[in-house]
Write a protein that binds this ligand. Structure first.
Ligand code: OGA
Ligand code: NI
Length: 195
């Protein structure tokens, strides 16, 4: 994983979770979505934060620091365990992570952007666990713009992707509802300001 990130800017693992685990994570998301816990996602951070549905129109729910669901906790711990590995390998001072559930209803997208931007230089890596029970035609693919090529990632349940947050990427319009846990690994402790 580390050398793949170093040489290609990203690492992808298909079937990182069995479909039963993905189904349970989807059920956790569905329940909270139904309870109206999700909100429209924004762009930028701090004072630059805005909601612009022409740029992105997914709905998100930040994951708490100590997830109550065992599977969510397991995934959060997996990401936490990546920190020291990334620090050693890339000589980085990474300190924390922030994770969210994201749901794209049919027709939702996220136009080309970077996760590490002017006003927020603290995100170093973007990690996504895709959870959609995806079939051809369901849309919602991620385009990752690498220096010499663009790769297309299918948001299929179980696929795990990690990439450098300064890389441009975009989410194509979803045709079927699209589920993921998306997160960032940062060089500052994440406060609970988003709660
Ligand atoms: C993001 C994002 C990618 C994806 O939330 O910033 O680009 O495939 N997500 O969900
Ligand atoms: Ni992004």
């Amino acid at each position: 994983m580390l050398s793949s990130i170093e040489h290609q800017g990203y690492y992808i693992q298909n079937e990182s979770k069995p479909s039963s685990v993905a189904a349970e994570l989807r059920a956790v998301m569905d329940e909270r979505y139904k309870d109206d816990k999700f909100k429209k996602a924004g762009i930028g951070s701090g004072e630059a934060f805005t909601i612009d549905e022409n740029v992105r129109n997914d709905s998100i729910l930040w994951i708490e620091n100590e997830p109550t669901n065992v599977l969510v906790k397991q995934y959060a711990d997996f990401i936490t365990d990546l920190l020291p590995q990334l620090n050693r390998y890339f000589f980085l001072p990474l300190k924390d992570k922030e994770l969210m559930f994201a749901i794209y209803e049919p027709g939702s997208f996220y136009k080309k952007h970077r996760d590490r931007f002017e006003q927020n230089q603290h995100r170093f890596f973007t990690a996504v666990l895709y959870l959609t029970d995806w079939k051809e035609g369901d849309g919602g693919e991620l385009l990752l713009y690498l220096p010499n090529e663009t790769i297309k990632v299918t948001p299929k349940a179980g696929t795990f992707l990690i990439f450098q947050s300064e890389l441009e990427h975009e989410v194509l319009p979803a045709v079927a509802r699209r589920y993921s846990i998306t997160g960032w690994i940062t060089d500052i402790p994440i406060g609970l300001t988003f709660l």
